[in-house]
Design a protein around this ligand. Structure first.
Ligand code: HEM
Length: 155
C-alpha cells in the first residue's frame, strides 16, 4: 500500500460524506419553506425540529466532510507534485476538476449562509427553488469524477 492509495481512498470517503450532506440539506430547506403554508402551532413545531436537523447536518457531517475532502485532496496534489511535477495542475482535466471544486465549495457556502437566514426567518427562497437546485452537487460531481478518472485532454 502506498501513501497515494491511502490518500485516494480517504479522499473518496470524505467526498461521499460531503456529497450525501449537500444532497440532503436543501431537502430540509424545502420542507422548512413548505411549512410556511401550515397553521400555527404546527408550523413553529415543525420548523423548530427541521432547523435543529439543518444545524446538526451542517455541523456534524457537511462542514467536517468538506474540510477532510479538501485536506485529502491537497495531500493528493502534494503527492502528485512530488511524483510528476507541477504541470498536471495546468492540464484541462485538472482545471475542470478544480473548477468543479470551487463551484461546489461556493454552493456549500451559499447553503451555510442560508441556514442562518432560515433560522432568522429572512430567507426568501421557496420550497420549489430548493427542489430545483437540489441536483447541483450531483451534476458537479459527474463532471469532477469523470475529469479525474478519464484525465481527458484536447486532441
Ligand atoms: C475539495 C477539494 C478537492 C481537491 C483539492 C481534490 C484533488 C484531487 C487530486 C489531486 C486527485 C488525484 C488526481 C490524480 O492524480 O489522478 C483527486 C482524486 C479524486 N477526486 Fe478529488 N479533489 C477535491 C474534491 C473532490 C470532489 C468534490 C470529488 C467528487 C465529487 C472528487 C473526486 C475525486 C475522485 C473520484 C478521485 C480519484 C480518481 C482516481 O484516482 O481514480 N474530488 N482529487
Amino acid at each position: 500500500m502506498t501513501a497515494y492509495d491511502l490518500a485516494r481512498g480517504l479522499h473518496i470517503l470524505a467526498v461521499i460524506a460531503w456529497m450525501a450532506g449537500m444532497l440532503f440539506l436543501p431537502r430540509l430547506y424545502a420542507y422548512d419553506a413548505e411549512q410556511n403554508a401550515k397553521p400555527e402551532p404546527l408550523r413553529s413545531e415543525m420548523q423548530g425540529l427541521l432547523r435543529v436537523w439543518q444545524t446538526r447536518l451542517l455541523r456534524i457531517i457537511v462542514n467536517p466532510a468538506m474540510i477532510l475532502a479538501w485536506g485529502f485532496g491537497l495531500w493528493l496534489i502534494h503527492i502528485d507534485v512530488t511524483a510528476r511535477g507541477w504541470s498536471f495542475l495546468a492540464e484541462p482535466w485538472m482545471i475542470t476538476k478544480l473548477a468543479g471544486v470551487v463551484l461546489l465549495s461556493g454552493w456549500h457556502g451559499f447553503l451555510a449562509g442560508q441556514r442562518r437566514k432560515i433560522a432568522a426567518g429572512t430567507s426568501k427562497y421557496s420550497g420549489r427553488f430548493w427542489r430545483m437546485t437540489n441536483e447541483i452537487p450531483f451534476l458537479l460531481a459527474i463532471v469532477m469524477v469523470l475529469s479525474v478518472t478519464t484525465e481527458w485532454r484536447f486532441g
